[in-house]
Design a protein around this ligand. Sequence first.
Ligand SMILES: C[S@@+](CC[C@H](N)C(=O)[O-])C[C@H]1O[C@@H](n2cnc3c(N)ncnc32)[C@H](O)[C@@H]1O
Length: 391
Amino acid sequence: MFKFNFDIEDADDEASIIDNSVEKAVASQSEVSQNPFKELPVQHLLDSLPSQLSCSPITITLQESADTIHLARRDLFDARFQAISEGTGVPENENDALDPHSALAFLEAPSDLVPGVYEGGLKTWECSLDLVDYLRSLEQKGNFFVFGKRILEIGCGTAVPSTYLLNAIFSSTKQDKDTVLHLQDYNDSALELVTFPNILLAWYMSPASASFRSTVSDANQSGENDSPIFPPPDPSSPAEIPITTEMKAAFETSLREYRIIIRFFSGSWNTFDLERTGGKYDIVLTSETIYRVDSLPSLLDLLFNACKPAASVTPPDPDTTSRLVLSSEPSYLCLVAAKVFYFGVGGGTTEFVQAVEQSRDRNGQKAEVKTVWEKNTGVKRKIMQLAWNVT
Ligand SMILES: C[S@@+](CC[C@H](N)C(=O)[O-])C[C@H]1O[C@@H](n2cnc3c(N)ncnc32)[C@H](O)[C@@H]1O
């Protein structure tokens, strides 16, 4: 059994469990096969939705102001119910019962991850909430603008930071430029069962869904249709949200109106194809992805390539160059949220910083990591900002 006990579903469980099977899981991790890069089209994800989503609030208490933010998140039991009802993971024979590739096996498993097979994306991990806290504090200081940016969330899982950003966009005035949001997870099943449902919920809980909801409610009142009743958008309360064809169409209309281009990618980090995703990003976010030392080189390569200013494309303008060499003012924002220690797997912030320094040596790039947020009580956690100097 391999269990961090650090995802928020397990917050009340007993302390972290380390046993021999953890050692075995970690020891075999370098032998695991890699998932190829793949795009899951929005249409496929819309088609994968069930007829109803059950959700509950995630509450984030802001460190600086003690205010709270509520975000709607699909209930894990609801994802499990979908997996069961669609037969995903229902064993047809004895051997299938052992198949770790099924979504249901991940949902039912007592383990938090199966290295190289399932990497923990179905559950929400604490540091994703920390990213929201930090992004909100930047926003409140006027240091963070999402509109018109290319954003990538790496190892998104339930995508709490992205749902926060999307909800903010859908709660603002319509923009005259495209905002690009790309979400990456190792597992297709995580994107289908939790990432995309949470993205849809972020829209539903925002003012952008108002015209759809009022149209349905007017039609219901006048007896013009027998559409299900859509509850008021309240991310602070549990809810059951019907999913209809009209609702899916309204979501897609809002994406166009707010000029949001959203795409979903699965596969291992070392297969992530930046050419196919359109190149580097302005904002790169990742949480709880540094737990395994063996994976750090591929994660760092992806972070570096996704953030790196296109030095070979952009002529070396002295002003631009001087901005890039200052870690406090890189031309992109790269944030890595993580626990200081991951018991049983060997990773943590110290190992991550070492890996950053080693990768700098290997690539001849100057990399800097600075801690921009931290929590030192209870389970220690940090948010680190990365910047690479282009020399
Ligand atoms: C522990 S989960 C964290 C999920 C989410 N960021 C959160 O904080 O709730 C780790 C995530 O990293 C991704 N991941 C881990 N190793 C990976 C790899 N080698 N390649 C691609 N994705 C990986 C998985 O998809 C998974 O969603």
